[in-house]
Design a protein around this ligand. Structure first.
Ligand code: ACM
Length: 622
């Protein structure tokens, strides 16, 4: 009984992300048809949102009132707030208008589900909350290049971000497979570049939907999104990719490419070798494009991609080789760096800042550049330690196109293994960045790459609940993060949110064991991993080896299970991991194991090509 009561009390305050300080108070405030909104000055946007969330009308009463005010003297950072609920009033004090907005989000999360559906009378529990974000950049990236997402869905996605106190929407607008933003000076970018002949459904063996596919946002659409987001204190960071991931642009204007060939908009996924040429006139084209982009998007940061630009065409082109010589550059990497520096200087001259994926470090980082670290954390560490700002977006925990459970039970995805617990336990401050450089970590964001994510419903399924774990990682102090408590809060909030989140089932776990780069090599070696934690009695077990990142897949030439060093079961079949995995689940029948015994997997493994391979070993009963 005592236990049950404790659980009920805890769930009275199911706020995500977990607040810095929350002091429970006895009693509650009751909303009814007399409750008024009393908003101080400078709160036009926040009070407009309050009127949409709450059954409330403007007034001036001092009781039965929701009072919003800015208090610049609060000892909190810019987005901090206090939420004080007692029997008479709900008071939200924000350090800024954004702070007031975040206080309102906490209030919404304290409201019961009926209130979200329009109930006019309901209670919220009394409380004192003082709260502020750990990081300034709390974001999500949505790839609308591979698959176009309707404008109304983008708004709904932004609503969900804002509710969870996220403030950055990184909009990936151009890709090899589609250019999605109207550019008035270059109409073919959308007339030609927004359409492709077919869509890849599966990489290997290749399978296509043969229906022609297209879609783009007009500049009016984009402005509407920017305003919608700004009303919710979300900044929209547009991404215009260069010099790679640009086949749709080169298909629209072949003179931007390296071969003069008329290309089609790409229809396969992957890293594609058709890229922009580094001519002055291509830089001029991109400056024109960015002029129109900057007129739509007030964001200080403009994302220019910079990732995955193969140098094949530049190596093969006599003209590019001549330009490398003329510009006094060493090689193609320095040419990419030259390219990015032209754009960095241009954006800086307009009062903006360049941000790009971590490949922009190669060949020398442009002076004003901010790095988005995606290939693990190395790029972020290098950039922060050399004095550049960083946004952490690592494949290790923030690539939500990865599977969130055993692929057998999930819709087709690109690969990987990123269950909720693994996201939750991550932290975006790598140990290798010393304290005095950590201020360079602006924050983090999760990514939804949409190769196989074709619909809004599927975006939501991949984004949530993992996006809630990310929101808490970006906002809450480490000391307030607790997985079990988070799950309890998510169970209360998710049903209110009207999204197609993946259910919070039992399958949320961390991998049982992992292999990491450097622990294997190109030659077969015998390795053992402790899996005792996953063993729950005698019976059948399946063991999944799942590649997650690195240059090479892992090959596994049979496994054995050892109990206290003695072989008790064997599955000798050969299997391989990776995106084209083959037979990568091993099955064994285990006897009862005495408590205190150590259970291990022993396997002959090799990285197919070298030691740079990482992955998870997931042991499950059945
Ligand atoms: C990326 O995933 N290519 C940034």
């Amino acid at each position: 009984m005592v236990h049950l009561l404790a659980a009920i009390v805890m769930n009275q305050y199911p706020i995500i992300p977990a607040p810095v300080t929350l002091i429970q108070q006895p009693g509650h405030f009751t909303f009814n048809d007399q409750t008024v909104l009393v908003a101080g000055s400078g709160l036009k946007k926040a009070s407009a949102m309050a009127r949409t969330y709450l059954p409330i009308h403007d007034g001036s009463a001092t009781k039965n009132a929701v009072v919003l005010k800015i208090d610049k003297s609060l000892n909190l950072n810019d987005e901090g707030y206090r939420l004080i609920i007692d029997e008479d009033t709900v008071e939200i004090q924000g350090k800024s208008e954004a702070g007031v907005f975040y206080g309102l989000q906490s209030l919404r999360q304290l409201m019961p589900a009926e209130a979200w559906k329009g109930a006019k009378s309901f209670e919220v529990p009394s409380v004192l909350i003082e709260d502020q974000p750990r990081f300034k950049w709390r974001g999500a990236m949505l790839d609308c290049g591979r698959n176009f997402m309707p404008k109304e869905f983008i708004k709904k996605f932004i609503d969900t971000l804002a509710l969870n106190k996220m403030n950055s929407f990184h909009w990936h607008l151009t890709e090899d497979q589609g250019w999605r933003l109207e550019i008035k000076k270059y109409p073919k970018l959308t007339e030609v570049g927004s359409k492709r002949a077919k869509t890849m459904l599966q990489y290997s063996p290749a399978k296509y939907d043969e229906t022609p596919y297209g879609g783009f946002y007009t500049q009016e659409d984009a402005k509407e999104i920017v305003k919608y987001a700004a009303d919710r204190f979300v900044n929209v960071v547009p991404e215009i990719e260069m010099p790679g991931h640009s086949q749709a642009a080169v298909a629209s204007y072949p003179e931007l490419g390296n071969t003069g060939q008329q290309l089609e908009v790409a229809t396969t996924w992957g890293v594609i070798k058709h890229v922009y040429n580094p001519e002055e006139k291509t830089i001029a084209f991109l400056k024109d494009v960015l002029d129109e982009v900057m007129a739509i998007f007030p964001s200080k940061f403009i994302h220019i991609g910079g990732d995955e630009c193969p140098k094949d065409e530049w190596k093969a082109s006599p003209r590019v080789q001549q330009l490398i010589k003329e510009r006094g550059l060493k090689d193609e990497h320095e040419m990419q760096s030259w390219f990015v520096k032209q754009i960095d200087t241009y954006l800086a001259s307009k009062g903006r800042r360049l941000i790009g994926w971590d490949e922009i470090l190669e060949g020398g980082l442009a002076p004003g550049a901010t790095v988005m670290s995606w290939r693990g954390e190395a790029g972020g560490i290098q950039a922060a330690n050399s004095g550049h700002d960083v946004v952490m977006a690592s494949t290790n925990a923030l690539y939500f196109d990865y599977y969130q459970a055993d692929p057998k039970t999930e819709p087709h995805a690109i690969g990987g293994n990123l269950p909720l617990r693994k996201v939750y336990d991550f932290d975006i401050v790598p140990a290798a960045i010393p304290a005095e450089k950590q201020h360079h970590i602006l924050g983090g964001q999760f990514q939804i790459w949409t190769e196989y994510i074709r619909t809004p419903d599927y975006v939501e399924y991949m984004a949530f609940p993992r996006g809630l774990a990310a929101a808490e990682m970006f906002w809450s102090p480490r000391s307030k993060r607790n997985f079990r408590d988070f799950i309890d809060r998510a169970r209360v909030q998710l049903p209110k949110m009207n999204i197609n989140a993946r259910p919070l089932d039992a399958n949320l776990g961390l991998p049982t064991a992992e292999w990491k780069a450097g622990q294997v090599s190109n030659a077969y070696q015998t390795k053992t991993w402790n899996i005792t934690s996953a063993i729950a009695g005698a019976g059948n077990y399946s063991i999944l080896f799942q590649y997650t990142s690195g240059a090479f897949r892992l090959d596994i030439d049979g496994i054995e299970i050892l109990v206290d060093g003695k072989v008790v079961a064997t599955d000798a079949h050969f299997g391989r991991t990776g995106n084209e995995h083959v037979d990568n689940v091993w099955k064994v029948k285990l006897p009862a194991v005495q408590s205190g015994s150590k259970v291990e997997i022993r396997a002959k493994v090799r990285g197919d090509g070298g030691g740079d391979s990482n992955g998870d070993i997931v042991v499950s009963k059945g």
